[in-house]
Design a protein around this ligand. Structure first.
Ligand SMILES: C[S@@+](CC[C@H](N)C(=O)[O-])C[C@H]1O[C@@H](n2cnc3c(N)ncnc32)[C@H](O)[C@@H]1O
Length: 187
């Protein structure tokens, strides 16, 4: 199939904007797959800040980065992404949110619409012009619909002179495939 799932598309957009030496954020590091991917994109002169509220997520991410030889360019932060402004003072090129619960973990520990949206607003302040926020929104099943509904209600209200918001969704597939949202800062 030529059309790809949201997670794959989020990585393709990341590849388009991130260059060696850039600073980026993984807002939900989980088991570390995305952190490792981003660490590869920024190279050894770049920087990845990765957040999660679960200690186990940070342990799994640390191990994956150690195994991949990329731990030195990453800072792992045990805190909610809504507090990212407390840790990051430099401009960033990309912020990735892979929402929902951690595969293999407690499905009740998951991202929430209010805190995710707060983090998106903060991320917009940290982004450079033409920097991107990419969100993969899971819905249905154990994820439910609350976070999706909250974000799809609030995202259209972002100031369109400052940021543009694009949503990509499969509209005829079963089992609620994840939704991709990309936000580009334009001013
Ligand atoms: C779908 S998983 C992320 C998967 C991950 N990117 C990977 O590559 O394995 C979502 C993660 O978000 C975390 N999370 C939930 N609320 C959070 C918050 N407020 N700030 C940061 N992380 C949060 C969960 O603990 C969970 O590990």
């Amino acid at each position: 199939m030529i059309l790809q799932q949201a997670l794959h598309q989020s990585h393709e957009y990341a590849k388009k904007v991130v260059r060696k030496g850039d600073t980026v954020i993984d807002a939900t590091c989980g088991n570390g797959h995305d952190t490792l991917f981003l660490a590869g994109l920024v190279g050894d002169s770049g920087k990845v800040y990765a957040f999660d509220i679960q200690k186990e997520a940070l342990c799994n991410t640390r191990k994956r980065l150690l195994d991949g030889g990329m731990i030195n360019r990453c800072t792992l932060i045990h805190d909610g992404h809504e507090n990212m402004h407390r840790y990051i003072k430099e401009p960033v090129k990309l912020v990735m949110f892979n929402l929902g619960y951690r595969p293999g973990g407690d499905h009740a520990i998951c991202t929430k619409g209010e805190t995710t949206f707060k983090a998106i607003r903060t991320a917009l302040d940290l982004l450079v012009v033409n920097g991107l926020i990419v969100l993969v929104i899971y819905h249905g099943g154990d994820s439910g619909f609350e976070e999706r509904d909250y974000l799809l209600k609030e995202l259209p209200n972002l100031d369109s002179t400052r940021a543009v918001v694009m949503m990509t969704n499969f509209i005829n597939l079963p089992n609620n495939p994840p939704i991709l949202v990309c936000i580009e800062k334009i001013r």
